[in-house]
Design a protein around this ligand. Structure first.
Ligand code: COA
Length: 151
Protein backbone atom coordinates (compact mmCIF):
# COMPACT_ATOMS: atom_id res chain seq x y z
CA UNK A 1 0.00 0.00 0.00
CA UNK A 2 1.22 3.52 -0.77
CA UNK A 3 2.35 5.70 2.12
CA UNK A 4 0.52 8.58 0.40
CA UNK A 5 -3.13 9.28 -0.27
CA UNK A 6 -5.19 11.92 -2.04
CA UNK A 7 -7.72 14.24 -0.49
CA UNK A 8 -10.09 16.69 -2.15
CA UNK A 9 -9.12 20.32 -1.86
CA UNK A 10 -11.22 21.67 1.01
CA UNK A 11 -11.42 24.40 3.64
CA UNK A 12 -9.35 22.24 5.98
CA UNK A 13 -6.37 21.79 3.67
CA UNK A 14 -6.39 24.72 1.24
CA UNK A 15 -4.15 26.88 3.42
CA UNK A 16 -1.57 24.09 3.63
CA UNK A 17 -1.86 23.52 -0.13
CA UNK A 18 -1.25 27.22 -0.80
CA UNK A 19 1.71 27.23 1.59
CA UNK A 20 3.70 24.49 -0.16
CA UNK A 21 7.26 25.70 -0.70
CA UNK A 22 9.58 25.30 -3.67
CA UNK A 23 13.30 24.72 -3.87
CA UNK A 24 15.38 27.71 -4.98
CA UNK A 25 15.25 28.00 -8.77
CA UNK A 26 11.96 26.10 -9.19
CA UNK A 27 9.64 29.16 -9.13
CA UNK A 28 10.08 29.92 -12.82
CA UNK A 29 8.83 26.43 -13.80
CA UNK A 30 5.59 26.26 -11.83
CA UNK A 31 3.36 27.92 -14.45
CA UNK A 32 4.41 27.57 -18.09
CA UNK A 33 3.40 30.57 -20.21
CA UNK A 34 0.96 28.45 -22.25
CA UNK A 35 -0.99 27.64 -19.08
CA UNK A 36 -1.01 31.26 -17.92
CA UNK A 37 -2.36 32.35 -21.29
CA UNK A 38 -4.94 29.53 -21.47
CA UNK A 39 -5.98 29.95 -17.84
CA UNK A 40 -8.39 32.69 -18.78
CA UNK A 41 -10.28 30.30 -21.06
CA UNK A 42 -10.38 27.22 -18.84
CA UNK A 43 -13.72 26.46 -17.26
CA UNK A 44 -13.27 25.92 -13.50
CA UNK A 45 -15.94 23.21 -13.62
CA UNK A 46 -13.62 20.95 -15.64
CA UNK A 47 -10.67 21.18 -13.26
CA UNK A 48 -9.72 18.45 -10.77
CA UNK A 49 -7.64 19.39 -7.72
CA UNK A 50 -6.23 17.14 -5.03
CA UNK A 51 -3.75 17.42 -2.19
CA UNK A 52 -1.37 14.57 -1.36
CA UNK A 53 -1.23 13.59 2.31
CA UNK A 54 1.53 11.53 3.89
CA UNK A 55 1.13 8.83 6.56
CA UNK A 56 0.91 11.56 9.25
CA UNK A 57 -1.81 13.39 7.29
CA UNK A 58 0.50 16.26 6.39
CA UNK A 59 -0.08 17.99 3.07
CA UNK A 60 3.07 17.22 1.06
CA UNK A 61 1.89 17.95 -2.46
CA UNK A 62 -0.75 19.39 -4.73
CA UNK A 63 -1.91 18.37 -8.19
CA UNK A 64 -4.45 19.95 -10.47
CA UNK A 65 -5.69 18.56 -13.74
CA UNK A 66 -8.12 19.59 -16.42
CA UNK A 67 -10.52 17.05 -17.94
CA UNK A 68 -12.50 18.55 -20.78
CA UNK A 69 -13.15 16.39 -23.85
CA UNK A 70 -14.69 19.46 -25.56
CA UNK A 71 -11.57 21.63 -25.31
CA UNK A 72 -10.49 23.09 -28.65
CA UNK A 73 -6.88 22.33 -27.74
CA UNK A 74 -5.99 18.65 -27.63
CA UNK A 75 -3.25 19.29 -25.04
CA UNK A 76 -5.80 20.70 -22.56
CA UNK A 77 -8.40 17.89 -22.77
CA UNK A 78 -6.80 15.57 -20.22
CA UNK A 79 -3.82 17.28 -18.68
CA UNK A 80 -1.77 18.11 -15.65
CA UNK A 81 -2.24 21.79 -14.99
CA UNK A 82 -0.22 22.18 -11.79
CA UNK A 83 1.94 19.88 -9.69
CA UNK A 84 3.99 20.91 -6.71
CA UNK A 85 5.67 18.85 -4.02
CA UNK A 86 6.81 20.46 -0.76
CA UNK A 87 10.51 21.37 -1.08
CA UNK A 88 11.85 19.14 1.68
CA UNK A 89 9.53 16.26 0.72
CA UNK A 90 10.75 16.02 -2.89
CA UNK A 91 12.46 12.85 -4.19
CA UNK A 92 10.34 10.56 -1.97
CA UNK A 93 7.85 9.49 -4.62
CA UNK A 94 5.14 12.07 -3.87
CA UNK A 95 5.22 13.49 -7.41
CA UNK A 96 5.03 10.05 -9.02
CA UNK A 97 2.10 9.12 -6.76
CA UNK A 98 0.28 12.33 -7.71
CA UNK A 99 0.84 11.84 -11.46
CA UNK A 100 -0.22 8.19 -11.42
CA UNK A 101 -3.31 9.10 -9.40
CA UNK A 102 -4.26 11.74 -11.95
CA UNK A 103 -3.63 9.21 -14.75
CA UNK A 104 -5.98 6.78 -12.99
CA UNK A 105 -8.64 9.50 -12.78
CA UNK A 106 -8.19 10.23 -16.50
CA UNK A 107 -8.51 6.54 -17.36
CA UNK A 108 -11.70 6.24 -15.30
CA UNK A 109 -13.13 9.16 -17.30
CA UNK A 110 -12.39 7.35 -20.57
CA UNK A 111 -9.33 9.32 -21.69
CA UNK A 112 -6.57 7.49 -23.54
CA UNK A 113 -3.73 9.86 -22.66
CA UNK A 114 -2.59 12.55 -20.26
CA UNK A 115 -0.58 15.54 -21.44
CA UNK A 116 1.54 18.10 -19.66
CA UNK A 117 3.46 21.19 -20.74
CA UNK A 118 6.74 22.13 -19.11
CA UNK A 119 9.48 24.72 -19.48
CA UNK A 120 12.77 23.09 -20.43
CA UNK A 121 15.65 23.89 -18.07
CA UNK A 122 18.10 22.39 -15.59
CA UNK A 123 15.98 23.06 -12.48
CA UNK A 124 12.73 22.24 -14.29
CA UNK A 125 10.50 19.18 -14.08
CA UNK A 126 11.39 17.66 -17.48
CA UNK A 127 13.52 14.82 -16.11
CA UNK A 128 10.77 13.98 -13.59
CA UNK A 129 8.02 13.82 -16.22
CA UNK A 130 10.20 11.65 -18.49
CA UNK A 131 11.04 9.36 -15.56
CA UNK A 132 7.38 8.80 -14.65
CA UNK A 133 6.40 7.93 -18.23
CA UNK A 134 5.84 11.02 -20.39
CA UNK A 135 7.27 11.17 -23.91
CA UNK A 136 7.93 14.43 -25.73
CA UNK A 137 5.32 14.86 -28.46
CA UNK A 138 5.74 18.50 -29.45
CA UNK A 139 6.59 22.06 -28.58
CA UNK A 140 4.40 25.09 -27.90
CA UNK A 141 4.76 28.45 -29.61
CA UNK A 142 6.62 29.60 -26.48
CA UNK A 143 9.27 26.88 -26.80
CA UNK A 144 7.84 24.72 -24.01
CA UNK A 145 7.83 20.94 -24.21
CA UNK A 146 4.53 19.08 -24.68
CA UNK A 147 4.66 15.62 -23.09
CA UNK A 148 2.14 12.80 -23.30
CA UNK A 149 1.60 9.59 -21.35
CA UNK A 150 -0.49 6.93 -23.10
CA UNK A 151 -2.91 5.19 -20.73
C1 COA B 1 8.65 18.04 -10.34
C2 COA B 1 8.19 17.58 -8.94
C3 COA B 1 6.67 17.62 -8.87
C4 COA B 1 8.71 16.14 -8.71
O1 COA B 1 8.18 15.65 -7.48
P1 COA B 1 8.99 14.59 -6.55
O2 COA B 1 8.06 14.16 -5.48
O3 COA B 1 10.30 15.17 -6.15
O4 COA B 1 9.27 13.40 -7.59
P2 COA B 1 9.40 11.82 -7.25
O5 COA B 1 10.16 11.66 -5.98
O6 COA B 1 8.06 11.17 -7.34
O7 COA B 1 10.33 11.34 -8.48
C5 COA B 1 9.94 10.34 -9.42
C6 COA B 1 11.16 10.00 -10.27
O8 COA B 1 11.59 11.16 -10.98
C7 COA B 1 12.95 11.43 -10.68
N1 COA B 1 13.14 12.88 -10.60
C8 COA B 1 12.40 13.77 -9.89
N2 COA B 1 12.89 15.02 -10.05
C9 COA B 1 13.98 14.90 -10.85
C10 COA B 1 14.94 15.81 -11.36
N3 COA B 1 14.86 17.12 -11.11
N4 COA B 1 15.93 15.33 -12.14
C11 COA B 1 16.04 14.01 -12.42
N5 COA B 1 15.15 13.08 -11.97
C12 COA B 1 14.14 13.53 -11.19
C13 COA B 1 13.19 10.79 -9.33
O9 COA B 1 14.57 10.50 -9.14
C14 COA B 1 12.35 9.54 -9.42
O10 COA B 1 13.06 8.57 -10.17
P3 COA B 1 13.01 6.98 -9.84
O11 COA B 1 12.07 6.43 -10.87
O12 COA B 1 14.39 6.54 -10.03
O13 COA B 1 12.50 6.81 -8.46
C15 COA B 1 8.83 18.50 -7.84
O14 COA B 1 10.22 18.57 -8.05
C16 COA B 1 8.27 19.92 -7.81
O15 COA B 1 7.32 20.20 -7.09
N6 COA B 1 8.90 20.85 -8.60
C17 COA B 1 8.52 22.26 -8.57
C18 COA B 1 7.21 22.54 -9.29
C19 COA B 1 7.23 22.21 -10.78
O16 COA B 1 8.19 22.41 -11.50
N7 COA B 1 6.08 21.69 -11.26
C20 COA B 1 5.88 21.36 -12.64
C21 COA B 1 5.07 22.42 -13.35
S1 COA B 1 4.74 21.97 -15.06
Amino acid sequence: MSEFRLDELSASNIVAANSLTLKPGQEQFIAPVSYSVAGAFINPSTSWSRVVLDAEDRVVGFIMGNFDPESRHEEFRSCIWRINVEADQQSRGVGRFAVLSLAEEARSRGFKRVTVIWEPGDDGPGAFFTRVGFKTVGETEYGETIGAMEL
